[in-house]
Design a protein around this ligand. Structure first.
Ligand code: ZN
Length: 347
């Protein structure tokens, strides 16, 4: 195999010393990553993209978050009823699950007057997004070639994975989307009436067809055969997990949070761990109001205009709580005992 002229291996030592961190890391890992990027593929160029040429042939049916689960399930049932009486429609339900770093991607294809077709694939060291997209890929592959099928309905709990198919930006799922786009393009060209529809079905709906496949996907206990390649996305995920773990350790063990930090607890009285998604577990609860956020921060860091804090600077002053029950107005007293404040904590 020809050495890649852009490989980090071709750098001189001096250059390598300047280029530290992720690039070198990546070079060490890259041998085991399977190819996923293909930004120059003609399928992704503007004017040739499926959204440019076949925009009427595909659609999304998303769950309205304001609607009740029961109504969403009823709509899905109604759609199934329509399919069961139409031999030109194929219902493809897809799902994936990951156990011990091994992903199981499953698709169930329902066709009127035909037995159910189940397809199962396993892959090691990939993310759930890739596994979900692969399940959709398998479903589409099979439904497209079924004779007489002109309308494919895909039901998935990962609609964000399905949306990646039509995303022309560079992303690590391009190898799958390329394969899917090629099939769809052929399917749409064959007949102008051919179409595909993507239905969102969150797993908490427990809609029967999706519930069945969900159970199926969790019923496997595969063991990996080594060595196996890992995906780029999985690589990023493990890097990110490592960084977060290190951050959590620094936060807890090295007392990076300070002596007075108020650990918040969840409904089961477990300390809420730090995380970065959606603004972190604490901020997302009170970030809607600047005033509330400022108050909460003062309480959490104990950096508030109360006796306990003032004591550090004015040790001789009288820092009694105005309720007269307590010699120092401390955070603990205010939150749990003081009768001047509402009965929220002590109803
Ligand atoms: Zn008080």
């Amino acid at each position: 195999m020809k050495p890649n002229p852009h490989s980090v291996r071709s750098l001189m030592n001096r250059q390598k010393n300047i280029t530290k961190g992720h690039l070198i890391d990546l070079c060490n890992k890259a041998y085991g990553i399977f190819l996923s990027f293909s930004p120059l593929n003609p399928k992704f160029t503007s004017g040739f993209h499926i959204t440019d040429n076949f925009s009427d042939c595909f659609s999304f049916n998303l769950v309205n978050k304001k609607e009740k689960d029961k109504i969403c399930a009823q709509e899905l049932d109604k759609m199934v009823l329509q399919i069961s009486s139409s031999p030109s429609m194929a219902l493809v339900v897809t799902d994936a699950s990951i156990k011990n770093n091994i992903a199981t991607s499953i698709s169930h294809i329902h066709l009127a007057n035909h037995p159910l077709i189940k397809t199962v694939h396993h892959a090691a060291f990939i993310t759930s997004m890739e596994a979900e997209l692969f399940a959709i890929r398998c479903g589409i592959n099979q439904a497209c070639i079924k004779e007489g099928v002109s309308e494919i309905i895909i039901v998935t709990d990962s609609i964000h994975a399905a949306k990646k198919i039509f995303d022309s930006k560079s992303h690590p799922y391009q190898s799958h989307t390329m394969a899917i786009l090629s099939k769809l393009r052929h399917f749409f060209k064959t007949n102008q009436e051919n179409s595909i529809e993507f239905w969102e079905c969150p797993s908490h709906l427990k809609w029967r067809f999706h519930n069945n496949i969900d159970k199926d996907s969790k019923s496997f206990n595969p063991t990996p055969s080594f060595p196996c390649k890992i995906s780029w996305d999985y690589c990023k995920k493990t890097d990110s997990d490592d960084i977060i773990n290190q951050w959590k350790m620094t936060f807890q063990a090295l007392d990076g949070k300070g002596k007075h930090f108020l650990d918040l607890v969840d409904n089961n009285l477990n300390i809420i761990e730090s995380a970065y998604t959606k603004g972190g577990p604490w901020l997302q609860v009170f970030s809607h109001s600047n005033l509330l956020c400022a108050h909460a921060m003062r309480a959490i860091t104990n950096h508030a205009p109360i006796g306990e804090y003032q004591l550090r600077f004015f040790p001789k002053e009288d820092l009694k709580c105005p309720c007269n029950d307590y010699p120092i107005k401390s955070r603990r007293h205010i939150l749990h005992e003081c009768r001047r404040f509402n009965g929220y904590w002590n109803p």
